[in-house]
Design a protein. Structure first.
Length: 312
């Protein structure tokens, strides 16, 4: 078993335990604490260095997404360097270990494949860069390089086709749906990807199932099927809470506020959105807080791309 040593307390813990703790902190929105835990660890072999570098990049990416920071690019580059530095016998050891000794981050998680995981983080980062232009949310293809969008979709297809397990394949399907929905504005192609992601998530990843239900419910909402949207969004909220995602659960609560307003419960919608805004500000999820405040001012965070954004 690979060990890691914490400089702060001089304790020796397994890499799996360290990564499990960092993962729980990341999901809970404690990005600074997760980063500090990973950065202060000393590792004894090349495989562990790769795993910690990839984990730190994932923390940075989610901090950018929910907390409005700008950390992911540097962390992804650092993780890439770590992978490149792990060459020769060390690189061979990493590849062998991921197959012959399939350890787990947490109970029920799939075997690790750090190269795929890093590439998937690159996909997520590229998607976010195309969704937020100059810091402003902008769905649809307008004003974006079609070649970049096509390349991103092709990269997602490649990840799906070489995924080492069904859950990772499900995450690639999830992003194929998101890319169709939010970058190409081809919403009719997205639900089949979300359904594939949901099937994978139901057998191994609550966060993946939550994400798929969240976006399937969005399509139900757009077509006026409020009953089905409520069913999916309520289930997504439950799964997110069970998995421990604080920012994700808050974002789901905001969708329930949207549905409450759409069905005539304006007072309930406003009360829930105010709480989402208050909690999101308290935990540093500034993007969710801004969405909740915009909702209180009359905006619809679930609105599909405009007619102009749908062109192309």
């Amino acid at each position: 078993m690979t060990n890691t040593t914490s400089n702060a307390v001089g304790a020796v813990v397994s890499t799996d335990e360290l990564l499990a703790a960092a993962r729980e902190l990341r999901i809970a929105g404690r990005w600074e604490r997760a980063t500090a835990l990973l950065d202060r660890a000393e590792v004894t072999d090349a495989r562990a260095r790769v795993r910690l570098a990839v984990a730190a990049a994932e923390v940075a990416l989610e901090s950018d997404w929910f907390g409005g920071t700008g950390l992911a690019a540097a962390r992804l580059a650092a993780a890439e360097r770590t992978v490149e530095d792990t060459n020769g016998d060390a690189a061979e050891g990493v590849a062998e270990a991921s197959v012959a000794e399939p350890t787990e981050d947490i109970a029920g998680a799939p075997p690790l494949d750090s190269r795929w995981d890093l590439d998937f983080l690159r996909l997520r980062h590229g998607y976010r860069q195309q969704l937020y232009v100059d810091g402003v949310f902008r769905a649809g293809p307008d004003g974006k390089d079609p070649a970049v969008l096509t390349s991103l979709r092709g990269f997602a297809v490649g990840l799906r086709d070489r995924a080492p397990d069904s859950v990772r394949r499900g995450w690639a399907e999830m992003y194929l749906g998101l890319i169709a929905d939010n970058l190409f504005a081809k919403r009719e192609f997205a639900p089949s990807h979300y359904e594939s992601a949901l099937r994978a998530g139901e057998f191994g990843d609550d966060l993946l199932a939550r994400e798929a239900l969240r976006h399937l419910g969005d399509h139900d909402h757009d077509t006026g099927d409020h009953v089905r949207a409520l069913e999916r969004w309520t289930r997504a909220t439950e799964l997110g809470a069970r998995a421990g995602t604080v920012p994700g659960t808050l974002s789901q609560q905001l969708l329930l506020a949207v549905l409450a307003r759409d069905t005539g419960n304006d007072a309930g919608a406003a009360a829930l959105a105010r709480e989402v805004a208050r909690w999101a500000r308290a935990v540093g999820a500034v993007g969710i807080a801004a969405q909740a405040e915009a909702f209180l001012a009359g905006a619809d965070p679930t609105a599909p791309p405009t007619a102009g954004e749908r062109s192309g």
